[in-house]
Ligand binder design. Sequence first.
Ligand code: 5IU
Length: 281
Amino acid sequence: RSGEMSYGARAALSSTHPIAKRMFTLMEEKHTNLCVSADVTHTQELLELAETLGPLICVMKTHVDILQDFSMDAINKLKELSDKHNFLIFEDRKFADIGNTVKHQYEGGVYRISSWSHIINAHSVSGPGVVTGLKAVGQSLGHGCLLIAQMSSQGALTTEQYTHTTVKMADSHPDFVFGFISGSKVSTKPEHVHMTPGVQLQSGEICSVFNLVFNPRCFVPRRFLGDELGQQYTTPEQVIRLKGSDIIIVGRGILSASDRRKEAEKYRKAGWEAYLSRVSL
Ligand code: 5IU
């Protein structure tokens, strides 16, 4: 059963997409299933994150359209850091238009995403044309795409039927779609990668004596906590071991810490240990 296969064994399958192969291989080498969500607004901070967290992560997820000082120069530096520290770049663009439009959005404009991002993602809501359009640009460049099968936010419209149809859409494009953004394992194929956002550690610090007095959130179980704008969190352990996903995506859990490297290491360790306990089941 795919949940119990190692990342290395999944990398070796002939049906595994080259990007997934690279990802599984470097995960096994670096002992990490942590993707950091680099939701920052300045390129210097983005590059600092890549330099300090690079050795601890398998993927760096970006939102380049929130950078106030986007430049191709900064992107080239990010590419160098991804080579230096052996991680993949994932622009979380969530393409969602008709095929012809997403083709332009992926290849051109200000960001020229296809020239630097190994991984992109897309909503399946517009139908398979979105994949065909993106594939026309990204496949020859050796890039891969994740389909959004489920969302972490409260009230998301990704119903069971929607998720099921999204998996079928991925199955029709194995030469470009190599996995999913989802809260749990939605595909039974071991070559598919599952990446999950909405992850935070149950932090001991949060319920310090100080917080017990001043922070009423302490009395609420962590799984019911979010960010007041609909985000919902689960723990690395739950995501990897119980839900059968492969990669945890962590933004503010790491970015809000005073020592980001130390916090990222906690997430790397938690994610990796959950993986080890799953494969040894
Ligand atoms: N993200 C989600 N949920 C989703 C999808 C993407 O949170 O369903 I698709 C993105 C948004 C943000 C990151 O960039 O993942 C999560 O950040 P926090 O860990 O700070 O909540």
